[in-house]
Design a protein around this ligand. Sequence first.
Ligand SMILES: Cc1cc2nc3c(=O)[nH]c(=O)nc-3n(C[C@H](O)[C@H](O)[C@H](O)COP(=O)(O)O)c2cc1C
Length: 200
Amino acid sequence: MKTKALLAAALLCTACTAQTQQTNNTTATMEKNGKALIVFFSHAGENYAVGNIEVGNTKIVADYISEQTGAEQFEIVCEKDYDMPYMKLIEVAKEEANNGELPAYKGDVDCAPYDTIFIGGPIWWGTYPQVMFTFFRDHDLAGKTIVPFTTHEGSGLASTVSDLRKAYPQANVLSGFAIYGHEVRTGKAKVEKWLKGLGY
Ligand SMILES: Cc1cc2nc3c(=O)[nH]c(=O)nc-3n(C[C@H](O)[C@H](O)[C@H](O)COP(=O)(O)O)c2cc1C
């Protein structure tokens, strides 16, 4: 109960900035040419606001992006098993974030051939899940155009854009796109509109 109240407070704190971020996110135009890759993390199973889902919310957005842009995908899959009830997962994720853990992920991708890297994930405690930071540690994306996106339940982009700019000071990190997780299944048009604004 205490945890639920804590997470609700976290959602409220960041929700107020979400709207502004969502309206500012299509201002940058980008090269339509160039090879694009989508790097994302998404958690299927029991989740907030959408129940027990077979395909994660962020994965659905990644698929919309691939459909419109032709971008290839690399899914960050944690070595660690996150198959657990939502209330347990938020505790595990909080611990990881507080301790700055960098859990290992499965497989890898060579980012060198890509000019544009879409980076997407759910908001977990105000930013991307820790395993995504493991990926950032392992990949130098200097000189690339990075397009952040998130799915969330009130926090919008939260600190993902600033975290990416910190991880990649030599990259061109765009302002990003955020959509509610419970909206993605009916929100394809929103994603398409955002991509159109980027020149796709
Ligand atoms: C561990 C955990 C922490 C979360 N923390 C937040 C948060 O701080 N802010 C927020 O808006 N949503 C939060 N959420 C909700 C998710 O961001 C949202 O449901 C997202 O769409 C899940 O995407 P996915 O299905 O691709 O994993 C959290 C969910 C989980 C499981």
